[in-house]
Write a protein that binds this ligand. Structure first.
Ligand SMILES: CC(C)(COP(=O)(O)OP(=O)(O)OC[C@H]1O[C@@H](n2cnc3c(N)ncnc32)[C@H](O)[C@@H]1OP(=O)(O)O)[C@@H](O)C(=O)NCCC(=O)NCCS
Length: 175
């Protein structure tokens, strides 16, 4: 049975390797050079310093995927909105790990009083990610056409949005 827990610094080499594969071979991320372990650790630190979740899925002692949120935009009025990211090890997809990670991420973010979660998905043909997010209640909020170029193809960006907790029906805690 997989378990979901907060990423420790000791998990970051595996997280770095999981992401590197998607950077090099996929179009979900628009990065083209795999970040170093130091850079990935710095990004995790940035997320956790804000009190936001950075989670890993582990099975039989092996980290098989990770997910986190970061501020959607830096400007103050965006402070109730986070952007989510999720990556599963390429040989462990479609085993339910993505859904487990996202469910935990959403629950933690609701508990923090956050109000909107946005998934910014690279490639309108990224059916796996779009379906995963839709299965969790996210809805397509918009699409930008041909804003990326990677692996010899133009790529769209799809925005999916999930209201958290009371969403916009009450005044948020963070103002
Ligand atoms: C997108 C991704 C995170 C999905 O994770 P996963 O662990 O494979 O997904 P799960 O097994 O939990 O699937 C949950 C649901 O998502 C949908 N889904 C997942 N993969 C799918 C696919 N290839 N085609 C259609 N639906 C799919 C299904 O509804 C699935 O439920 P089901 O298996 O009961 O039908 C994974 O494929 C991945 O890491 N992709 C590359 C990186 C990426 O695209 N990240 C998201 C951008 S932020």
């Amino acid at each position: 049975m997989p378990i979901i827990h907060r990423a420790e610094i000791s998990d970051m080499p595996v997280v770095t390797a999981i992401y590197a594969h998607h950077v090099l071979h996929g179009t979900a991320t628009f990065e083209t050079e795999p970040p170093t372990l130091e850079e990935m650790s710095r990004r995790r630190e940035e997320v956790t310093a804000l009190g936001f979740p950075y989670l890993v899925a582990e099975e039989s002692g092996e980290v098989l995927g990770y997910a986190y949120v970061r501020p959607f935009h830096a400007r103050a009025a965006y402070c109730n909105t986070v952007e989510s990211a999720i990556y599963i090890r390429h040989d462990s997809i479609r085993r339910g790990l993505g859904k487990l990670l996202m469910q935990e991420l959403i629950q933690i973010c609701q508990g923090l009083g956050l109000r909107q979660m946005i998934a910014v998905i690279g490639g309108s043909d990224n059916v796996a990610s779009i379906r995963l997010h839709e299965s969790l209640g996210f809805r397509v909020a918009g699409q930008l056409k041909s804003v990326g170029y990677k692996h010899h193809q133009w790529l769209d960006t799809v925005y999916l949005q999930l209201p958290l907790g009371p969403g916009d029906t009450t005044i948020p805690i963070r103002i």
